[in-house]
Every structure is written in structure tokens, then in C-alpha cells.
Design a protein around this ligand. Structure first.
Ligand SMILES: Nc1ncnc2c1ncn2[C@@H]1O[C@H](COP(=O)(O)OP(=O)(O)O)[C@@H](O)[C@H]1O
Ligand SMILES: [Mg+2]
Length: 322
């Protein structure tokens, strides 16, 4: 990471949803991290741990229950309506499901140009030229512009979603599991396209995924989430070389390592025990119910993120023993 300018600063961010039962579901329960300009920060964790909610709250698509998000020094949640509209030009999202995220009644061209039209960026021939540029940038053809989403495969649809996000020339993109719904055979193509575009356009990414396999490849740093909290964050190299949190270790043990010697001797650490609920989470460490190291204090005291090595932060009471 050559450049250390902070693009996104997330400070003790919370997002609670009020349920019909009048109870709060704590989807994001106090997370703090920075995303530096030009980097890819991976965000991983099991389904339901709050990754999408975190990404959407960072973009101001959800109001925050508490905490702050600053983008390029300005508070995302305190912006006026006009400022928020301007912000949508600078920060975009690519959704997980390329089937439901494209309006089936709009042509591919109109889908891609949605942001251009909302912001009145290009008109007439300019708009058309820009569309041609965008569609070829993501590896599709000019002829595709007049077609409808159902005519495309999952991978092609995700390319359309990427072109739509790029249309307004953003600086920051939340990529919310952009490859999870795709065939394994085309996942790498889409990831390589994202990497390529990042280099060309100096983009900053928050790359969300539910397992650690592809995240290593694309991320400079990786944050691991468990039930609304960040439990570990460090460079992707360090996380794979020396994972510290018991949850990260379990996640890593379940992905294949492309080295037969290591793979053969690798122990899979099963995740046992009951997952604590995001509605009534236990008072202490939310991972305690599944953690083999857990002691009484883990059930009473919330562990905070501590720097245990250079730029390696872990939230665990027993980190020295790990
Ligand atoms: N709009 C919503 N209303 C109520 N609960 C929600 C809403 N969106 C997400 N949740 C809940 O918040 C938690 C986190 O969800 P989500 O952010 O989608 O997780 P992830 O992206 O990691 O799978 C889940 O328990 C989910 O059911
Ligand atoms: Mg999600």
C-alpha cells in the first residue's frame, strides 16, 4: 500500500434494525476501520454477520444507528440531500445477485446509463459514446446495449452491474459478494476484471465475501466479521500466514490450500456450538459459544480490537495464548 490517504473512515458504526416484535436486531454492532485510497479491503464472515448492512450503511443507503462514516473527510450521514446525491457519484455498489439487481424491463444501455442520466453527466452522442466505452471496458459488445438482462449469463450480468457502477466515474466501490452467485469457472474472470479496472482508474474497494479463498487474491487487507463485530483485521498476507483469532483460524482451515503437502496435513477446525443471536447477543464475546478457548470472562466482557503485531488487530481476551 504505497499511499496511506484515508478514503473511508468508519468509527464505531452501529446499525440496528427494529423488528415487528419491537426488539432490535444488531446487524452491525460497533465496527471501526479505515479504507485507504487505492486499496482493496476485504470483509469476510459467515452469511448474516452484517457485511451487506455494513457496506450499505457506509454508503448512506441506510441511516446509522450510531457512529460515523467519513468519506474523504466528510460525514456521509450528515450530508444534505444534494450532498448525498453528489456522494452517489463518488461511491457506488456492485450487488451480489446479478439476477435480481438488474431491472428486467430496461435495456442494458439504460441500466448502465442510469447514473449518467440521474446526474445529467452526458447527453446525446456523448452518452452513446460513453456507453460504448463502458460496455467494451467490461468485455461486452456494442450490440449488447439494446438487449435485455434475461439474454445474458450470470457472469455477463455482473459485467453489466460493474459497467453501471463505473458509469459515474466513482472513486470508491462496495463490491458486495460480486462473484458468489457465479459459476466457479467465471469467478476469476470477474475478479480479474475488477483488479484491472482498479489499476486503470485508481479505485478503492470494499470487497465483501463469505469465505476467504478469493479475498486473499484481491485484498490488500482483510477484516473478519462475526455477528456484527470486527474480530480481526490486518494485511491479507499476514492474515493467511498468521491468523490469530480462533474464528479466523476456523474460517481459514476450511478453504483448500494449493499445496498438497500442507493440504494433506491440515487440520480442519470445526465450528461447533450455537451461534449467538443478533437479537439478544450475549454480554461478552459473541464467539464464546463456539470457541474452544472460552472462559468465564469471555461470556461477560466484550473483547476490544487490540494491536497484537504491527498493523494486526485482534479482538480476543486470550490472544497471547493462541
Ligand atoms: N432490512 C432488514 N431488516 C431487518 N433485519 C435485517 C435487514 N437487513 C438485514 N437484516 C438482518 O441483519 C443481519 C445481517 O444481515 P446482512 O448484513 O445481510 O448480513 P451478510 O451480508 O453478512 O449476510 C441478519 O441477521 C439479517 O437477517
Ligand atoms: Mg450480504
Amino acid at each position: 500500500m504505497a499511499n496511506k490517504t484515508i478514503t473511508v473512515e468508519v468509527k464505531d458504526l452501529k446499525k440496528y434494525f427494529m423488528l415487528p416484535t419491537k426488539k432490535y436486531l444488531k446487524a452491525v454492532d460497533g465496527v471501526s476501520f479505515n479504507i485507504y485510497k487505492g486499496e482493496t479491503l476485504g470483509l469476510v464472515g459467515e452469511s448474516g454477520c452484517g457485511k451487506t448492512t455494513c457496506g450499505k450503511t457506509i454508503l448512506g443507503l441506510y441511516d446509522a444507528t450510531a457512529g460515523e462514516v467519513n468519506f474523504d473527510g466528510f460525514s456521509v450521514h450528515k450530508k444534505s440531500k444534494k450532498e448525498r446525491k453528489d456522494f452517489t457519484k463518488r461511491a457506488q455498489i456492485i450487488f451480489q445477485d446479478p439476477y435480481s439487481s438488474l431491472n428486467p424491463r430496461m435495456t442494458v444501455g439504460d441500466i448502465i446509463a442510469e447514473g449518467i442520466d440521474i446526474h445529467g453527466i452526458h447527453n446525446g452522442k456523448d452518452r452513446k459514446d460513453k456507453l460504448f466505452e463502458l460496455i467494451s471496458m467490461v468485455g461486452l459488445n456494442k450490440e449488447h446495449i439494446s438487449r435485455f438482462p434475461h439474454e445474458f449469463s450470470g457472469g455477463q450480468r455482473q459485467r453489466i452491474g460493474i459497467a453501471r457502477a463505473l458509469a459515474v466515474e466513482p472513486e470508491f466501490i462496495v463490491c458486495d459478494e460480486p462473484i458468489s452467485a457465479l459459476d466457479v469457472s467465471i469467478q476469476a474472470q470477474v475478479v480479474n476484471l475488477l483488479i484491472d479496472l482498479q489499476k486503470k482508474k485508481n479505485l478503492t474497494y470494499l470487497f465483501i465475501a463469505h469465505d476467504l479463498s478469493m479475498v486473499k487474491y484481491i485484498s490488500d487487507r482483510v477484516g473478519v466479521m462475526y455477528l456484527g463485530n470486527l474480530v480481526e483485521i490486518t494485511s491479507s498476507h499476514q492474515l493467511y500466514r498468521d491468523p490469530k483469532h480462533p474464528y479466523t483460524k476456523a474460517l481459514l482451515s476450511s478453504i483448500p490450500i494449493p499445496d498438497p503437502k500442507i493440504e494433506r496435513n491440515k487440520k480442519i477446525i470445526p465450528l461447533e456450538g450455537e451461534v449467538s443471536s443478533p437479537i439478544n447477543p450475549i454480554a461478552g464475546c459473541k464467539f464464546a459459544s463456539r470457541c474452544s478457548l472460552a472462559k468465564d470472562m469471555c461470556r461477560n466482557q466484550v473483547p476490544t480490537l487490540k494491536e497484537v503485531d504491527n498493523q494486526h488487530f485482534v479482538a480476543c481476551h486470550f490472544i497471547d495464548r493462541i
